[in-house]
Design a protein around this ligand. Structure first.
Ligand SMILES: [Zn+2]
Length: 159
C-alpha cells in the first residue's frame, strides 16, 4: 500500500509540474508582461497563532485556523510556488518580465474609483464598490488591480 501511495503521489506531482509548464507557456505566448501577487507563501502557510481567551482560563479564542487551513491547502495543492518558479524561469529565457506586486488590498480596491474597503467584497466571489457601485467578479477585480500595479512598477523601473 505504501509503495502504491508513493507511486500515486509521484504521478500527481508529475501531472502538476506538467500542467504548470503548459500554463506558463500559455501565459508567455499571450502576454508581454506578467504581474503576480507576491504572496510570500512561506508566511501564508504558517499556522495562525493560538490566542488564549482572557475570559476563560485554559480557553482559546477562534483564530481562523480552520478557514486558513483550507486556503493553505488550496495554495499548496495548486503548487503555486512551483508554478511561479517555472513561470519566472521560462520568462527569463524568453526575455519577459514577471513582476511581483504587493498583495495588500488587491481584492479590496475598486478598479474604477480606487475606494478601498473590505466591505466592497460582498461574498467570496462578489465585488460591489460601496462608493461608485462598480460590480464585478472578485477575482477579475483583483487581477485588474494586480495588472495595474505591475505596470506601474515596470514603468517606474524603466524610468
Ligand atoms: Zn468604486
Amino acid at each position: 500500500a505504501a509503495k502504491k501511495l508513493g507511486q500515486i503521489h509521484r504521478k500527481v506531482a508529475r501531472q502538476r509540474t506538467d500542467h504548470a509548464h503548459k500554463s506558463a507557456l500559455g501565459l508567455l505566448r499571450a502576454a508581454e508582461v506578467i504581474a503576480v501577487e507576491d504572496l510570500r507563501i512561506a508566511n501564508m502557510t504558517k499556522s495562525p497563532a493560538v490566542k488564549p481567551d482572557p475570559e476563560q482560563a485554559g480557553g482559546f479564542l477562534p483564530n481562523g485556523s480552520a478557514a486558513k487551513a483550507g486556503l493553505n491547502k488550496s495554495i499548496l495543492d495548486a503548487g503555486w510556488g512551483v508554478f511561479l518558479a517555472i513561470l519566472t524561469s521560462k520568462a527569463e529565457s524568453a526575455g519577459r518580465d514577471v513582476i511581483a506586486v504587493d498583495p495588500r488590498n488587491t481584492s479590496r480596491t475598486c478598479p474604477q474609483c480606487g475606494h478601498v474597503s473590505g466591505a466592497n467584497r460582498t461574498t467570496q466571489a462578489g465585488f460591489v464598490c460601496l462608493t461608485c457601485g462598480y460590480a464585478a467578479n472578485a477575482d477579475v477585480v483583483a487581477a485588474s488591480n494586480i495588472k495595474r500595479a505591475g505596470l506601474v512598477l515596470r514603468d517606474a523601473r524603466a524610468a
